[in-house]
Ligand binder design. Structure first.
Ligand code: HEC
Length: 114
């Protein structure tokens, strides 16, 4: 049952990715606005502002762009293994990855001591 839900989410993400790809014009490397548009496909799990909405998905907001890009490339190449993120990362170009990383890195977060 949980698997079906997961598959549905991945399918929805794929559709959103296709949509974002269709909408984006010629993009510039590390374009946070283009990354934001592309990140519509990620929001179902990672939240619209990178604070995850799925219990097994990590927050992406305010993470260093270099870290995010490295992880996405690792999922794409298979160096970092995860069934869902492999499917998500496979169609991403280097430019997509730079833009997505720039978007999530640009989100401002405030940490407060407990
Ligand atoms: C169906 C749910 C789902 C969708 C959609 C999704 N992710 Fe993920 N993502 C996950 C999960 C679950 C993990 C944790 C995987 C692991 O354990 O390695 C993860 C991990 C990541 C990580 C590693 C974070 C870290 O702290 O190491 C990055 C970066 C990431 N996702 C980016 C994206 C981007 C960008 C998109 C959209 C293009 C996206 N994800 C779409 C579920 C999702």
């Amino acid at each position: 049952m949980r698997r079906a839900t997961f598959k549905a989410k991945v399918a929805a993400a794929g559709a959103a990715l296709a949509l974002a790809a269709g909408m984006s014009g010629p993009a510039v490397a590390q374009d946070a606005a283009a990354g934001r548009a592309k990140a519509a496909a990620c929001a179902v799990c990672h939240g619209p502002l990178g604070l995850s909405t799925a219990p097994d998905a990590p927050n992406l907001a305010a993470q260093p762009a270099m870290y995010l890009a490295t992880q996405l490339r690792a999922y794409r190449s298979g160096a970092r293994k995860h069934e869902v993120m492999a499917v998500i990362a496979r169609p991403l170009s280097d430019e997509d990855i730079q833009n997505l990383a720039a978007w999530y890195a640009s989100i401002k977060l405030e940490a407060t001591a407990p």
